[in-house]
Write a protein that binds this ligand. Structure first.
Ligand SMILES: [Fe+2]
Length: 289
């Protein structure tokens, strides 16, 4: 297996100059690991590193694109501080993406920022929602029509606990393995799901196939155990970036992580032929959106 994780030894969030290799690796579905970036937190911010900061009714604490904080406890001072910390990470992530992948600049759509204060390994979930199983990101309610999901992660654990991921085989190999067993797309079913508000827009054949791959990977325990993969313990301070709709990944353990999502139109990729949409289209032999 090609090495699916690549170290980037920049010491600044702003790259100067950008290297073509970073885009090539990212668009090949690899995980870029920034080993030497810093994200200092203040003494007050250190007090946020407790699971009690999350509203128990929410899975994560999130900051939406309009700057609204959701999922945190009610204390106003803490909410203000959390918003400031997450806004700072959002700005750093934006600088990192804009300067390392300048061809995406001006085309990215900002998604949510999240802070995840809970231990992954204590989460009890259905197989479909269990992100400890290798998968590519695909969401049942939110069709993307091929728009890319670019994510920046940082392990902010103050107790030296790594965030452990497994990283699986390249997307093409996932498609080769599972595509023949996917259920056929039903336009009628997609219309019904949309009519009843289960999906936010009409699910395209592309979105159907991505969900099928997501589920097929997670459901196959033999695949989970035996497919080509590597285990990567991201130490505290690590930042890593990938297209999570392409890089096969599983979050196994760890606590206290922040993540920033960006969306990128396929047409603004450096190499549009490397996208999951293009790969699936080549396999199926017709338009999927
Ligand atoms: Fe994921």
């Amino acid at each position: 297996m090609n090495k699916q994780i690549v170290d980037v030894n920049c010491t600044e969030w702003i790259a100067s100059p950008a290297q073509d290799k970073w885009v090539t690796d990212l668009e090949a579905g690899k995980v870029l690991h920034f080993t030497s970036l810093e994200f200092p937190v203040s003494a007050f911010e250190s007090s946020f590193f407790t699971p009690d900061i999350r509203n128990p009714k929410s899975r994560n604490i999130s900051l939406d694109d309009a700057g609204n904080l959701k999922g945190a406890t009610a204390n106003q001072q803490v909410q203000t501080g959390l918003r400031a910390m997450m806004t700072r990470f959002r700005a750093q992530s934006q600088m990192l993406v804009d300067s390392h992948f300048p061809c995406y600049k001006d085309h990215l759509r900002l998604g949510p920022t999240s802070f995840r204060p809970n231990r992954i390994e204590t989460r009890n979930q259905s197989w479909r929602a269990d992100d400890r199983r290798l998968h590519v990101d695909a969401f049942p309610t939110r069709p993307t029509y091929g728009e890319r999901i670019l994510r920046v992660f940082i392990n902010v654990n103050p107790n030296n606990v790594p965030r452990v991921w497994r990283i699986g085989e390249p997307f093409e190999a996932v498609v080769d393995r599972f595509l023949d067993n996917t259920a056929p797309y039903s336009a009628w079913r997609a219309k019904t799901l949309n009519l009843f508000g289960i999906t936010k827009s009409l699910r395209s054949e592309y979105d159907h196939l991505m969900l099928q791959l997501h589920d097929a990977m997670k459901q196959d325990l033999n695949y989970q155990r035996n497919c080509p993969q590597l285990t990567m313990p991201f130490p505290p301070g690590s930042v890593w970036v990938c297209f999570s709709d392409q890089a096969s990944h599983a979050a196994m353990s760890g606590q206290y992580m922040m993540e920033q999502t960006f969306h990128l139109p396929v047409s603004n990729q450096y190499d549009t032929n490397s996208s999951p949409l293009a790969i699936l289209k080549r396999h199926i032999g017709r338009e999927l959106i």
